[in-house]
Design a binder for this molecule. Sequence first.
Ligand SMILES: Cc1cc2nc3c(=O)[nH]c(=O)nc-3n(C[C@H](O)[C@H](O)[C@H](O)COP(=O)(O)OP(=O)(O)OC[C@H]3O[C@@H](n4cnc5c(N)ncnc54)[C@H](O)[C@@H]3O)c2cc1C
Length: 449
Amino acid sequence: MSAEKRPGKALVIGAGLAGLSAAHRLSRQGWEVTVLEKEQQVGGRCRSLRDGGFTFDTGAQHIRDSYDSALKTAIEVGLGAELRIPEEEKGVFRGGGVHAFHSRSTNPAKLVPWGALGLRGGLGFAAASAPLARRYRSYNVRFPEWWRGGDGSTAAEFISRRGAGGRYAGFASAVSRYGLGAEPEEVSAAAYLAAVRFTLADRTGSFTGGMGSLARAIAARLDVRLSTAVEEVVVENGRATGVRARPSDGGRSRLHRAGLVVCAAPAAAAMEVAPGMCDVARGIAAGTLYAPGIVVNLGFDGAAGGAPGPVLIEPREGFRSSWMCSSGSKTAEYAPAGGSVVTVVFCGASARGMLASDEASALAGAVDEAARLYRVGGSAPSASRVHFHALAKPVAAPGHARRVRELRSAGSGIPGLVLAGDWTSSPTVEGAVRSGLLAADLAGNAPGG
Ligand SMILES: Cc1cc2nc3c(=O)[nH]c(=O)nc-3n(C[C@H](O)[C@H](O)[C@H](O)COP(=O)(O)OP(=O)(O)OC[C@H]3O[C@@H](n4cnc5c(N)ncnc54)[C@H](O)[C@@H]3O)c2cc1C
């Protein structure tokens, strides 16, 4: 860090995982950091709530064992002992039943659920993956490499070019919805291949207390002002010198001054608070589309039975949901002794179609679908919650990796203002955390920082 960029006061907009991770690293670098969050709680799209003794994750459902930045950050903030990554099987629902497969992180051939795909599906998978296998000798590659290859076309084009339609296409849809929350027609081939990797290879888990524990633990060490909505980044003499923020429930706006501002709000909010960003940053923010997602959590007094890991559902099976999981894939602590939590997730086209529906019908649909997958004794859930996310995950459409690289080199265009958030990285918990850590590291020398 250059002499004139010595740590001073820093403001972070947004207490999602990106903003909190940025604040965490900045404060370790010696900055005096304040985080401003418009909601009454931290965590953004990665929160948990307690209801009748059950823990429900309202947005993000799983961390994965490849999430280096998120896992390291969790350990740094004292969550090491709370991490739970069970050795559970994942499954694909096909032909009226769940075909289980094990997550492994080594030999790619062993990762593929051959039995679930059947002969034709297996041949389709091999055809679609051959170029990848040639390109990456080692399966255990990092995200950036995957995002670069195949960034120019959609997953659907990639699959049909390889002549691997038919049965494999159903599996591809399930993976795309599970990993990226969107259809193969919407996401790039590279993003889809990354999703194949973490669907098949990574083990999934959570924390005692739910996914929201991560945000809560990071925030516990920081100065976070809740219910404080930032209205604008203040720019004086071409440099960000603070923000103007107002209590979310009304009241007077106030000027907060700082030598550094990190904006870790979703793309549309970033454009609103910092309209003076450079053309590249504004163009990328304006072009960021989000896929919807609906999460229905069901708490049962009895055991769920059935596959404990996440179960991907092929669209043709007559479900509206894209995947389900039970507390078995997270931690036993999600339910009181003897009970279970089943989470039903709607993504992609079916979530888009359901956004206008009410909570009661989403709940009724989820209960029916859960009963097809889990033995919950025909009982009604003793607790339940429905969460509609119109903007669940930024769509990793073709060109996403290129746009991320362009944004990284252009910066915000406003000295003193650095951007973060999953839309500047990848649409996951790991992407959000990594973007925050990177923003903090860039703060000393980025063009916009
Ligand atoms: C249904 C669903 C399921 C998912 N499943 C998974 C999963 O299993 N695994 C996975 O890795 N990822 C998953 N994700 C994605 C993951 O949750 C997100 O990528 C990640 O949480 C985004 O973090 P973020 O900090 O970038 O944004 P956010 O979490 O959206 O945080 C932004 C914060 O900024 C605040 N804010 C906005 N505007 C202002 C303003 N003007 N002033 C002050 N504050 C402001 C917001 O209130 C919010 O708290 C899922 C997401 C959803 C919705």
